[in-house]
Write a protein that binds this ligand. Structure first.
Ligand code: V07
Length: 255
């Protein structure tokens, strides 16, 4: 005979309901600082590169899930201008990851209608890395789904200085009046000019700093931090971040 469960005790479905993502309030643009790969590896007595490799697998899962949830742009901090200071062996390994990633995953990106883009100074990356990334950009440029934007050799202060130089040169040539320099004009010269501003910044691994990531663009974003190391991040952690974002948005709405 089936056991009868009193109505009020059937907690599970209700809880699940509460934890649903509101599909009409998903952040359009999520930016992620994927931190903690080295620490994850260290705790497992593995070399740091094993953490990066595992982290790359997480990128695939998160891209898939973000695209399924209707995120319009996902910006991932893959390599900062500071990362060159790491041991050469580690840098060499990191520079192979885009190649490795795209070899196994580009067909799925195409199938999912994802468009690959980058921000940062790509010209300073090794030739094989540039080629793989450029090929992915080219093969996905007609896609109309989620923009998967990799920050590669990216540093926000450098970006801001470059925009400043560009505008200063226009002034010098007599093409621009200093009075005409507005926030809008400045923005039009950033790498991200064609993108909406991020709505949500996620940083993993317990650090609560921006580390030179999208300083201008994150002016109005919600920040969400987790102690989870990037290789342990998954679909559920992404949903947790989005639910938290939606809770905050509801509070603002109520005022
Ligand atoms: C990198 C894996 C994720 C954790 C953080 C650091 C290590 C994916 C890419 C990538 C980049 C461009 C592209 C396709 C894939 C990547 C680097 C490091 C340098 F077109 N993961 N990942 N690039 N890590």
């Amino acid at each position: 005979m089936p056991l009868k469960i009193p109505f009020m005790s059937r907690k599970l479905p209700q809880q699940e309901k509460l934890q649903d993502i509101e599909s009409d309030n998903v952040p359009n643009h999520i930016a992620i600082i994927m931190d903690g790969n080295g620490r994850w590896a260290k705790e497992k007595n593995l070399p740091r590169i094993a953490g990066h490799k595992e982290g790359m697998g997480v990128v695939k899962k998160v891209v898939r899930h973000a695209s399924d949830l209707g995120v319009k742009t996902l910006t991932l901090y893959a390599f900062s201008t500071e990362n060159w200071k790491r041991p050469k062996k580690e840098v060499d390994f990191l520079m192979k990851l885009p190649v490795d990633f795209l070899q196994t995953y580009l067909p799925e990106l195409i199938e999912k209608n994802v468009r690959v883009q980058t921000i940062g100074t790509k010209g300073l990356l090794p030739e094989h890395t540039q080629q793989a990334v450029d090929e992915a950009i080219r093969q996905t440029e007609q896609n109309t789904g989620m923009i998967l934007n990799f920050a590669l050799n990216y540093g926000s202060r450098h970006e801001i200085v470059e925009v400043t130089k560009c505008l200063a040169n226009q002034v010098k040539r007599g093409e621009l009046e200093p009075e005409s320099i507005t926030e809008e004009l400045f923005e039009e010269n950033l790498y991200t000019s064609h993108l909406e501003e991020p709505d949500l910044l996620i940083r993993t691994s317990g650090e609560q700093r921006l580390s030179n990531f999208l300083l201008w663009q994150l002016a109005y974003a919600e920040f969400w931090f987790t102690d989870v190391y990037w290789p342990s991040f998954n679909e559920e952690t992404l949903e947790e971040a989005i639910r938290n974002y939606q809770k905050r948005k509801r509070r603002y709405g109520g005022v």
